[in-house]
Design a protein around this ligand. Structure first.
Ligand code: G1P
Length: 312
């Protein structure tokens, strides 16, 4: 008998971008939060590049009203390109092409903002009957860390769903989906960060009710069964259909759900303080900016401590 065809590697990613971005008002009155620049590129471009690096070349954005500029960003800009070509400005031309060349980007509108689970459900037709990844725009994972690749490897090995986890401490857990995990790590081919079997999930629990201080950060690899689980999930915290609740349903149905505990560099660009830290860290590491920025930053920090003269 011929051996069964091995499953196709996952190629699809879903990025929900319909959120209102209230934490960045007033900027987000007119600019979607996903397009706020981290150094000189929109936060969303880093996310799409991360998906593409992991082999996910088909990206669906779940958008909402007032997000039209996101479509513009991933579209070609013939007038701008012609002008840059005429000037012979190859570097800027390449940077303009980066956003359109990196992946094939599709869009679907969420219609009503009814929660993350509801946003992911809009991807059902795009995804079909295969595993797919969900990347949330507020979490930037440093390009040198390979979280998504590892999660895809865990999913290929164990099936079911895989979520990214971070120990955020008991004092912060109420801002996240929190999970309970089995004590022992799961052995497997995947190496590096710890992998646990997830036994329970709860969306934004009060600190004293959280099953652990392990939080879901914004990366998921999901099986197509998640769509049925979402359809059966009633509104939960905040009156919204929560992806976390749908994942609990999968656990209860016996679908394996694993968590990869991330130990690399993550920036929460949805939070103002973390956003500032992300901009500074990434700027320091840039070859074109770091050599001038880092010495200035050192002087500036010394000045804050009262140890130096204020830099220009
Ligand atoms: C969402 C999820 C939550 C998760 C978080 C990660 O919440 O519902 O489970 O921990 O993303 O960033 P949000 O931040 O959209 O409220």
């Amino acid at each position: 008998m011929p051996s069964p065809t091995p499953p196709r590697p996952t190629t699809k990613a879903v990025i929900p971008v319909a959120g209102m971005g209230t934490r960045f008002l007033p900027a987000t009155k007119a600019v979607p939060k996903e397009l706020l620049p981290v150094v000189d590129r929109p936060a969303l471009q880093y996310i799409v590049e991360e998906a593409a690096r992991a082999g996910l070349g088909e990206v669906l954005m779940v958008t909402g009203r007032n997000k039209g500029t996101i479509e513009d960003f991933f579209d070609r800009t013939p007038e701008l390109e012609t002008a840059l070509e005429a000037k012979g400005d190859q570097a800027r031309l390449a940077s303009v092409h980066e956003s359109t060349d990196v992946a094939q980007v599709f869009f679907v509108r969420q219609g009503e903002a009814r929660g993350l689970g509801h946003a992911v459900l809009q991807a059902a037709a795009f995804v079909g009957d295969e595993a797919f990844a969900v990347l949330l725009g507020d979490d930037l994972i440093d390009a040198r860390d390979h979280l998504l690749e590892q999660m895809l490897a865990v999913q290929a090995e164990h099936g079911g769903a895989v979520i990214a986890l971070l120990d955020v401490g008991a004092e912060n857990i109420s801002k996240y989906g929190a999970v309970a995990v089995e004590d022992a790590t799961v052995s497997g081919e995947a190496t590096g960060d710890d992998v646990f079997r997830v036994t329970g999930l709860v969306e934004k629990p009060p600190a004293d009710e959280a099953p652990s201080s392990l939080a879901i950060i914004g990366r998921y690899v999901l099986p197509p069964e998640v769509f049925e689980a979402i359809r059966q999930t009633p509104p939960g915290r905040g009156g919204e259909i929560q992806l976390t609740d749908a994942l609990l349903r999968l656990v209860e149905d016996g679908v394996p759900v694993h968590g990869v505990v991330f130990s690399g560099r993550r920036y929460d660009t949805g939070d103002k303080l973390d956003y500032l830290k992300a901009v500074v860290r990434l700027a320091v590491e840039r070859e074109d900016l770091g050599p001038a920025f880092a010495p200035w930053l050192r002087e500036f920090a010394a000045d804050l401590d009262g140890k130096g003269a204020s830099p220009a």
